[in-house]
Design a protein around this ligand. Structure first.
Ligand code: NAP
Length: 297
């Protein structure tokens, strides 16, 4: 049995782990893939205090080095359920972990557009990660779907690789911060296609075009790649606590969910500002509170 199991080894999970491990309670982080989480996929981070410019990959590496230095215990496994017994039972397909407290820091995954061709051409022109797949489109023409910060920052990144980047957004107003809107508008090879809906992604072996409609008028747009950035879905299916309408976990100020002893931290938590800095902050509060409630019991 562990004192605390933290599910997720991204910014929130590792921050929680550092606070809990330093409080000398037995802490285990369970991460299904890579340490650092979604942070490692960000091209350039400009708003994390102390780092005017740092790549996501570099910051994720620093997170990992920091966790290793503090001797945070990390296990690679995929949690599928968390249930309350006398303690908490955390299950993966092959293992079962028991803990006095659980911190869920599982982040979120890209929302799908749900159009024909999206699944068929995944990895063959359709992508949810410009950092990973952008370099495949040197000199090509790509579309970015969405009007939020992710869509614009990734479109700006892609504009340095592709010859043309279309930003296709369903409304006439962008959701992205003004600074990203300004930078995108300054790029000669970014074209905004607003008031537009994607109907289909087409091709033979690879993506060749998309069917979109702008103000209700349908047309075919030739593209080599489609990058979908239309928001995210929280990875919270493994726990049955109170959530908002979109599945994000509701917490109190100590990051405690509606189930006493289960905390949520980072992007999987219901909140207004999803940033690395707020994930780190949530993790610190959750890790500190969970550890304190064990040492002070
Ligand atoms: P987001 O802010 O939720 O934006 C999603 C965009 O996709 C919106 O423009 C939305 O349109 C559009 N959309 C949603 N569902 C759609 C659908 N079914 N079809 C077509 N379009 C659809 O998501 P995000 O850009 O991924 O950002 C997520 C969070 O990370 C945000 O809090 C963001 O600020 C943060 N972030 C921050 C930075 C940074 O600070 N550097 C960078 C990236 C992300 P509507 O506008 O019409 O709703």
């Amino acid at each position: 049995m562990h004192d605390i199991v933290i599910v997720g080894g991204g910014a929130a999970g590792l921050s929680a782990a550092i606070y809990a491990t330093r409080a000398m309670v037995d802490t285990l982080v369970i991460e299904r893939s890579s340490i650092g989480g979604n942070v490692s996929l960000i091209v350039d981070i400009e708003n994390y205090l102390g780092f005017p410019h740092i790549s996501g990959d570099d910051l994720a590496r620093r997170f990992e080095e920091h966790a290793n230095e503090i001797k945070v215990k990390i296990e690679t496994d995929s949690v599928i359920s968390i249930k309350k017994d006398d303690n908490f039972i955390i299950k993966s397909p092959k293992n079962e972990y028991v803990a006095k407290k659980v911190i869920i820091a599982t982040g979120m995954r890209p929302r799908k557009l749900g159009v024909m061709g999206e699944d068929k051409f995944l990895g063959r022109g359709v992508s949810y990660c410009a950092t990973c797949d952008g370099p495949l489109f040197v000199g090509g023409e790509v579309a970015v779907i969405g009007g939020g910060n992710s869509a614009l920052t990734e479109a700006i990144f892609l504009s340095n690789i592709a010859s043309k980047v279309y930003i296709i957004h369903r409304r006439d107003k962008l959701r992205a911060d003004p600074i990203y809107q300004k930078r995108a508008h300054e790029k000669q090879n970014i074209e905004f296609i607003l008031n537009s809906v994607v109907h289909e992604i087409k091709g033979d072996e690879q993506v060749e075009s998309m069917i979109i409609s702008t103000n209700g008028v349908r047309k075919e747009l030739k593209v080599d790649g489609v990058f979908i950035y239309i928001g995210n879905v929280p990875n919270t299916e493994m726990v049955d606590c109170e959530k908002d309408n979109n599945g994000f976990i509701l917490t109190d100020g100590n990051m405690m969910s509606s189930i006493e002893g289960i905390y949520a931290a980072g992007d999987c938590r219901a909140k207004h500002l999803r940033q690395i800095t707020t994930a780190v902050c949530d993790g610190a509060i959750a890790g500190w509170h969970a550890a304190n409630s064990i040492t002070q019991a």
